[in-house]
Design a protein around this ligand. Structure first.
Ligand code: PMP
Length: 351
């Protein structure tokens, strides 16, 4: 602590990211990365990007990338905002769209960055408990909300909310912005992007970190009514007018141009998830239904913290959150088949 810190910084409880170990011979199932790596087209584009004139600033508006994303989702570039990973896109949304006189609503059990942003931007919030099956009930979200945000599928539970529920919320609260954080949507849900043309109060945020295996490149985007997007652009141009570097813009475009690779990689992750859930259940775990590239599981007889530590001793990293209601769960990212098999083998030895 320094006497030079502002009161906001003194009060902050920053987000603690999952461990990124320097040792590479670990089986890393703790931060929901994609085991398959990006499309070869992305790697080729990044090689070309190395020959790109890095002495020049990148396109501040990322026009080509926005046009690519717009085409992919059948929208216009005015519907699209891009940033350095969806965390940064979310930060812009918090700054641009959230109200200071009314609370932000989000689920209690959700992405733990949301309360951190609330602290940073001095926004009050209400954490609405998920139900006994860890589901979000949209009826719990009231018109007095300044805005609503939730991940879909939710993190770290993996539970999915259907588009009918999301549309009912958008229709019931037309004056409330609803931000749907779809970091994991490609692993098992229908995107709310389909609702953007009908609901000007909807902002959908996605990332290339998970289903497109580009967590190291840092690209995320938001899709919504052009008026919402303009608000985010105003923040961006008051903060960092070059949101994405040149390689990131080129690599991201290449990723959208390889649909076959994208579909194949996500299908492999989904297939592994389904057999991993069965194997975990055979070992006695309760596993929540998952529409994401991770599973959320607890063992009725064994302490989750101890299991995580025992796995770590066997060079397998999983995530254990100490928050109320979920302290007995492990969040396990879906690796490739060999990694998932090693996890099951290690757990069967530990149990
Ligand atoms: N939203 C959710 C729900 C997440 O779990 C994550 C990953 N930690 C993000 C957003 C951010 O992902 P990224 O910044 O890599 O796009």
């Amino acid at each position: 602590m320094s006497k030079f810190w502002s009161p906001v910084v003194v009060r902050l409880t920053p987000y603690v990211p999952g461990e990124q170990p320097k040792i590479t011979n670990l089986i890393k199932l703790n931060t929901n990365e994609n085991p398959y790596g990006p499309s070869p087209r992305v790697l080729a584009a990044l090689k070309d990007a190395a020959a790109d004139p890095l002495r020049l600033y990148p396109d501040p508006n990322a026009d080509d990338l926005k046009a690519t994303i717009a085409r992919y989702h059948d929208l216009t570039p005015a519907h699209v905002f891009v940033g350095n990973g969806s965390d940064e896109v979310l930060a812009h949304a918090f700054m641009a769209l959230l109200k200071h006189d009314r609370p932000l609503y989000f689920p209690d059990i959700s992405y733990s960055f949301y309360p951190v942003y609330c602290g940073l931007y001095d926004i009050s919030y209400r954490a609405v408990p998920v139900d006994e099956a860890y589901r979000i009930d949209v009826n719990d979200y009231d018109a007095d909300a300044g805005a609503v945000i939730f991940p879909n599928p939710n993190a770290p539970t993996g539970r999915l909310l259907g588009l009918a529920d999301i549309e009912a919320l958008l229709t019931r609260l037309p004056d409330v912005v609803v931000v749907v954080d779809e970091a994991y949507i490609d692993f098992g849900g229908d995107s709310a992007i389909a609702l953007v043309q009908r609901h000007p109060n909807l902002l959908v945020v996605q990332t290339l970190s998970k289903s497109r295996s580009l967590a190291g490149l840092r690209v995320g985007f938001a899709v919504g009514h052009p008026d919402l997007i303009e608000g985010l652009e105003r923040v961006k141009n008051s903060f960092n007018s070059y949101p994405l570097d040149r390689p990131a813009q080129l690599g991201a475009i290449a990723s959208f141009e390889d649909e076959a690779y994208f579909q194949e990689a996500r299908a492999k992750v989904i297939a592994s998830r389904e057999w991993l859930i069965e194997d975990l259940q055979e070992l006695g775990f309760d596993v929540l239904p998952s529409a994401a590239n991770f599973v959320f599981a607890r063992h009725p007889q064994r302490d989750a913290g101890e299991l995580a530590a025992a796995l770590r001793q066997r060079a397998i990293l999983v995530r254990h959150f100490k928050a109320p209601r979920i302290e007995q769960f492990l969040r396990i990212s879906i690796g490739n088949d060999a990694e998932c098999e090693a996890l099951v083998k290690a757990l069967s030895e530990i149990l």
